[in-house]
Design a protein around this ligand. Sequence first.
Ligand code: LMR
Length: 396
Amino acid sequence: MFEHLSSLPPDPILGLLASYRADENPDKIDLGVGVYKDEAGHTAILQAVKEAETRLLQSEETKAYIGPAGTPGFNAAMQELVLGANHPALVANRVRSAQTPGGCGALRVLAELVDRAKPGATVWVSDPTWANHVPLLGNAGLQIKSYPYYDRSSGSLQFDAMVETLKDVGEGDVVLLHACCHNPCGADLSREQWQVLVEMAQKQGFTPFIDMAYQGFGDGLDDDAWGLRLMAESVPELLVAASCSKNFGLYRERVGLAMVIYNDSAAADTGQTQMLSAVRGNYSMPPSHGAAIVESILTDASLRANWEAELTEMRERINGLRAGVVESLAAAGAAGDFSFIREQKGMFSFLGINPEQVARLQKEYSIYMVDSSRISIAGLSQSNMEYFCKAVASVL
Ligand code: LMR
C-alpha cells in the first residue's frame, strides 16, 4: 500500500536543523528553530530544572499511569501561572485543563474540542502565523482562514486591517491570537489593541483561542499574560494553549497545558469529559517527567525564584541581542532600517530579506534561517554578530 505515497519536502523549520548539523563550516550560524542558546551557542538545562530533576529522582515512587488529564498539581500550578492567582474565572470554577505533550499537544486537543462542539468550525489565524498552526488545527477538522497582521515592508503591525477583517466574525468562529512574542514576526499587540479585541469578542461573540508559547520571554511573566488575562476576565469562553518548552527549556520533554474557560461550572464539567475523551483517543495520556519538573519548580519558593531569575537572564540576553543586531547592521553598512527588531519581542523577527538572499546567506556564509527570513535571535552572540551583519550587508 505504501508505494503510492509521494514523499514530502522537509519541514520548513525542523528541516533546517539537519542541513545545519551537516555543514562543516566552523563559522556556521543557526538562526532556524526557536531554541534558546546562551552566549556559547549552547542550549543548557536550567539549574532550577536540574535541581527539580534531582529531587524527583529521590522522591518519585511509581511509574504507573497518570491519566488523560495529567496531574492535578501541574494543572493547578499552570492555571495560576497563566491566569494569575485568584483570577475571577478560577474563583468561579469555570476553568478546566489538561497537561499535554507540549504546546502542540494542547493546540491539537483544543482544536478537536472545538470540532466536537462545532464540526468544521472556522479558525482565523494571523497572516503570518507559526507554520505548524495550520496542520495542527486543520488536521483536527477545522477550516482555516487568515486575518492580516504584519506588514513585512514596514516591519509593523497592521492592526486596522486586522480589525477590518475580523469585524464580521461572529459566534461559532474561533480567532487564534498569540499571547506575546508573536511567532514568526515578534510584533505584539499593545494593551490598547488587546482592549479593542476584547470588545470585539464581547460584542461579536467569537471564541478567542490564545497560544502562549513564550510567557516570560517578552516583558516578564505577568506582563506577557496581560492581554490573555484581560480576555479571560471579559468573555464567557476562552481556549488557551500554553507551552513549557521555552520558558522552562523543556523542549524535548514535551510539556504543555490545554486550558478552557467555560461559561459556567456545569458546562466546564461537561466540556472536560469531551476534552479528556479527545486526549484518550489521540495519545491516551501525556508523559509525566517534564510536567513533574514544572510542578516542582512552580510550587517550591526557592526553585521558583531560581527559575524566574534564569528566565529573566534569557529574556535580557535576547533583548540585548536585539539592540546589538540593529547597531551592528548599521555599522556593517547594511542598507535599510532595521530598528523594528529592537522594538519587537521574544525569540523571532523577520529580517525582511527575500528568499534568494536567504539562500545566499546559507550557501555562501552557512547562516541558516527559515525562507521567510525569520531569525531566531538567540542564535546570535557577541562572537558571531559581526560575521552575521557583514554577511547580511553583502547580500542586500
Ligand atoms: C519554532 O517555531 O521554531 C519552534 O516553535 C519550534 C517548532 O516546533 O517549530
